[in-house]
Design a protein around this ligand. Sequence first.
Ligand SMILES: *[C@@H]1O[C@H](CO)[C@@H](O)[C@H](O)[C@H]1NC(C)=O
Ligand SMILES: *[C@@H]1O[C@H](CO)[C@@H](O)[C@H](O)[C@H]1NC(C)=O
Ligand SMILES: *[C@@H]1O[C@H](CO)[C@@H](O)[C@H](O)[C@H]1NC(C)=O
Ligand SMILES: *[C@@H]1O[C@H](CO)[C@@H](O)[C@H](O)[C@H]1NC(C)=O
Length: 424
Amino acid sequence: MSTRVVVTGLGALTPLGKTVAESWAALLAGKSGIRPIGELANAESYERHCPPSLAVADVKEFDPHAYGNLFTSQDLRRMSQFTQFAVVAAQEALRDANLIETLQKGRNDRVGCVIGSGIASVHDMYDSIVEFDRGKRLSPSFVPKILSNMACGNVSIKFQLRGVSHCVSTACATGNNAIGDAYNFIRLGYNDVCLAGASEASVHPLALAGFLRAKSITPSGISRPFDKERNGFVLGEGAGLLVLESLKHAQDRGARIYAEVEGYGLTSDAHHITSPSENGDGARRAMEMALNNQTRSQVDYVNAHATSTVLGDRAEAQAISNILSGDGKDAIKVSSNKGAIGHLLGAAGAVESIFTIKSLQDGVVPHTLNLHSVGGASGDEAENFERLDLVRGAPAKHDIRRALNNSFGFGGINSSIVFRRWEV
Ligand SMILES: *[C@@H]1O[C@H](CO)[C@@H](O)[C@H](O)[C@H]1NC(C)=O
Ligand SMILES: *[C@@H]1O[C@H](CO)[C@@H](O)[C@H](O)[C@H]1NC(C)=O
Ligand SMILES: *[C@@H]1O[C@H](CO)[C@@H](O)[C@H](O)[C@H]1NC(C)=O
Ligand SMILES: *[C@@H]1O[C@H](CO)[C@@H](O)[C@H](O)[C@H]1NC(C)=O
């Protein structure tokens, strides 16, 4: 019998709120975390390189001083913003799992940490290059601040997590892969508990201009997954962390269990760095790997990766419809959180996994914002969209036992995780 793995704690900092509860309530209320670049404090540095119609989904009014003594002033000088985001989400997740005191007692050798980031600190990289070019001395913190694994390093030190320490960087699949790796580490017996997820502080003029040049960003400033008018994503940022734990460890300490992680799949399209294979082949195989014959017929909901790009949403709709719909079954419920929070890059998987778990727990599917006319972009095959029950307009009450969460990334990564509602 292989080790079963459950989720016992959640923490998030998102464009919609500073905690999981705040973000989830705003998502169900249909609020949007997206705003035009003209409303940002440094609007002119964005507008120098990008048209004013662009929008971003930033973490609003982040104030590290609002967290009591979580950060010393030295920490703030030495930790880049994606690391600060991760420390805040880590504290919420560990508290939620009721683990802070246990950790303070020093029982930490089998508590691991897997935190990824897609692009780590664009802020420090940019500022340091500009100053370096002007002949200024570099800060001794420059190198450690820009390393992708430093969120994991700093969180481990802060909370004394002394088991596995690992960083994943697989573009927009990062959060999913961090959760998947942590799941496997626990199954292999490396750890009993593992904090897992991702952090991204990606709202920066350089990143926005870069994604614009890569033609990934929507010029409209509106994120509309699965909609006819979709034409690119909205750049977002934030952090999401989950406490994963072996079922036995969780039960022995009487932990509250949110969900079980039931399967994990990871494949490559091996097709193109940024475009999906047309029939969604990599995604289909990732979903198949995460499911088995029994669970495949019992998926009640898919939290789609759907970022609001023409090709990505089409390929995903096709892959979902190929493996989960048809044969007289009711159309499967599908939604994407990206209409409301944009695309959190590496952190997308982690934050949306948290929302998926909230869906299982509360029996409600959040609707996809800005989805007015389904599908229909040139080249879309209408039936692939019609076979999905795309939730729009308002959240849908739905008894969900098993949910599948997809995440895909530049480089050809396709990944998928299955969560099952915990029933005692
Ligand atoms: C966090 O990491 C930085 C290096 O980026 C290091 O200088 C600092 O001491 C670390 N602080 C903590 C609390 O881990
Ligand atoms: C799953 O179903 C297929 C086709 O029905 C069958 O060939 C395969 O052996 C099954 N796999 C498992 C693990 O049961
Ligand atoms: C959950 O779905 C979102 C949608 O993009 C995705 O980004 C995220 O990686 C998924 N998480 C898991 C664990 O599958
Ligand atoms: C698989 O991953 C690639 C990464 O390049 C992504 O572009 C593609 O959309 C994913 N597949 C599907 C069907 O979405």
